[in-house]
Design a protein. Sequence first.
Length: 55
Amino acid sequence: MAWILLLFLVAVVLGLIGAVAKGLAFLLVIGIAVFVVAVVLSVVRFRRTGRRPSR
């Protein structure tokens, strides 16, 4: 869970730097990509732990 939160934080920081700094728009793209990866990982982890077989 900590890795996913770290990915979200990295995505936000890279996105902000890419949006504010002139000539660093590629950081915005990388931040968006990291954000998408973090969302996918969190959805996969939530679905996997959400279904516990009842015995």
